[in-house]
Ligand binder design. Sequence first.
Ligand code: 5GP
Length: 193
Amino acid sequence: MELLKQRILQDGKVLDGNILKVDSFINHQIDPKLAFEIGKEFHRIFQDTEIDKILTIETSGIAFALCAGYYFNLPVVFAKKQAGRNMSCDVYKGKVYSFTKETEYTISVAHQFLSPGERLLLIDDFLANGQAIMGLMDIAKQAKATVSGVGIVIEKGFQPGSTLLRDLGVRLESLVVIESFKDKKIIFREALK
Ligand code: 5GP
């Protein structure tokens, strides 16, 4: 997605530890026009796929899942990282090891928002080691729902998440794939022609 690549080149910063900082338009401040373009692109890619619901993980996946949900006209569910007192006790739980925070946390989705047989599109902002998506896939499995595809805004192709998911037979579509951070410069993987 050219628009997204240009924005990453313009405003993204490479930090130590293979982290791309994009908090001026994705992770802290959000650019709504770009977010809707991202949602539209996910819809274009997955429009012929059978999907009943979009599932993401708080916090940064929500904006993009919501924009995709708008174009699909489908509900969006986000897994919560902290179960509040207003959350139902009947929840599916998954464990996620956070790449950026280097800690393990639990994600939860109330039983009432996922049903057996539902076909899910999973969406997240980044794919690194694949742990966030694996946590969502675990929850989908507990709910006896199926994963029709995974949509990622920024894939870091040099980290193992994409191989992990493809080896499981998951359809993975990333809007941009980063090949490497060479001397803190962002190198994108070119799509095969
Ligand atoms: P994974 O679970 O695939 O290892 O990592 C994905 C999650 O970690 C995403 O939900 C995202 O929030 C965070 N993440 C991973 N790599 C980066 C990165 O380079 N930059 C930012 N901003 N977040 C990242």
